[in-house]
Write a protein that binds this ligand. Structure first.
Ligand code: ATP
Length: 403
């Protein structure tokens, strides 16, 4: 694997870094700067090595043309605060402002280019269109460092094509993510428990498919569990249900049984008669998973299940968790997610590897007040980590590892 040292002496070299700075914004206020913080070490490392650091990143989905709502300017300002050094900002990505800003950099200085997705070449499906945009990006630099893990599953100009055009290396953030995900897929220490939740089964089918013969236990909660419960013959009232996935869930249940993989579903569920909304106080009640009333919907795993899930995690040496156990955004339905998060911290403290993957699970951990350091690893890229665990090749990694 080519890390930054493979690029040799960086003094005076222009280094283009693809970071993931896609943070949530409220107007121009950054509401969670986690991704900027995660990007700082590589940028600092390059700057300390005397490189002229040119950061490229996207924000939101502006659709291939400039839209001030998605400007990276506030992000550049926050990056400067976190780095404790000035950060220049180019008002375009590959135009006159970018050229001038990069040309003005002294050794060790940092610039951020405007949102790379303001250019339709970035995400084009046409190799030539993407390629000619990548040519322009490549002209701004002497070397490329890929450090945006959240985008490595995308075949995009600033992730993939530019790496074909410049001496390239993996940044520390991407290298750390890949290292952990390989530990989950190659030789996980056993018992290996996978916890899946979140809203949709269909999003997670690939991971279930791939992990069903790697994991020792699969714990399922969240909105997706109701399709499994229904597949077992239970009525699920008004709970989230994907009818078209019933057969697949039935197949998973029988495959798991054949392979000796234990699938744990909740035995009790916290229900309400309506999905939580601002206008109404939640009225939670706990019912058996086999007895969800017709007018109720399941919004969290129940306390008995929370305990059973925690018990199933107790002796785990490796855990991967993706997707909250309930609608954790509302306190009344957050306890199942809390129980799982707490159990993961205990896996970490007893020397096992606990990995949280997925934007919502990471947000849940923070919202519920857990210390991020209590987990072995919190992945910055939900989609990328799931695709990796599905066994798919990630274009942004493969391009760095080609011979
Ligand atoms: P991301 O896809 O951003 O990486 P993730 O994989 O961690 O996130 P998602 O699949 O997006 O998670 O699902 C998270 C959402 O699922 C949360 O907003 C949560 O409120 C919702 N959710 C959890 N349980 C239920 C439920 N029982 N009914 C409806 N929605 C639920």
């Amino acid at each position: 694997m080519s890390d930054i040292s493979s690029l040799g002496d960086l003094t005076g070299k222009r280094v283009l870094v693809r970071s993931d700075l896609n943070v949530p914004l409220d107007g121009t206020t950054i509401t969670d700067d986690g991704r900027i913080r995660a990007s700082v070490p590589t940028i600092k490392q390059l700057s300390d090595a005397g490189a002229r650091v040119v950061v490229t990143a996207h924000l939101g989905r502006p659709g291939g043309s400039p839209d001030p709502k998605y400007s990276l300017q506030p992000v550049a300002a926050r990056l400067s605060e976190l780095l404790g050094r000035p950060v220049a900002f180019a008002t375009d990505t590959v135009g006159a402002s970018a050229t001038e800003t990069v040309a003005a950099l002294a050794d060790g200085e940092v610039a951020v280019l405007e949102n790379v997705r303001f250019n339709d070449g970035e995400t084009s499906k046409d190799d030539d269109v993407r390629g000619s945009f990548a040519d322009q990006l490549a002209q701004l630099a002497d070397a490329f460092v890929s450090d945006g893990f959240g985008v490595v599953h995308r075949k995009q100009a600033s992730v993939y094509d530019v790496a074909l055009r410049l001496p390239s290396a993996m940044g520390g953030l991407v290298a750390a993510e890949v290292d952990v995900l390989r530990r989950l897929t190659e030789h996980p220490e056993r018992p290996y428990v996978v916890v899946l939740g979140g809203s949709k089964v269909s999003d997670k089918l690939g991971v279930i498919d791939n992990l069903i013969d790697k994991a020792d236990k699969l714990l399922i909660g969240g909105g997706m569990v109701f399709t499994f419960l229904k597949a077992q013959g239970h009525e699920v009232g008004k709970s989230l249900l994907e009818d078209d996935q019933l057969d697949t869930c039935t197949r998973y249940l029988s495959e798991a049984a054949d392979r000796g993989v234990e699938i744990l579903l909740p035995t009790d569920v916290v229900v309400d008669t309506a999905f939580p909304s601002g206008d109404r106080e939640p009225q939670p009640s706990v019912v058996p998973a086999s007895g969800i009333p017709a007018d109720a919907l399941g919004l969290d795993i129940g306390p008995e299940s929370g305990e059973a899930f925690a018990a199933a995690l107790r002796d785990a040496r490796t855990v991967f968790w993706n997707g909250p156990m309930g609608v954790f955004e509302v306190d009344a339905f957050a306890e199942g997610t809390r129980a799982v998060a707490q159990a993961l911290t205990e896996v970490t403290s007893s020397g096992g590897l606990s990995v949280v993957g997925g934007g919502d699970s990471a947000a849940a951990v923070r919202k519920l007040g857990f210390d991020e350091a209590a987990f072995g690893h919190i992945s910055t890229g939900g989609g990328a980590s799931l695709e990796f665990l599905e066994g798919k090749e990630l274009p942004g990694i493969a391009v760095l590892e080609r011979d």
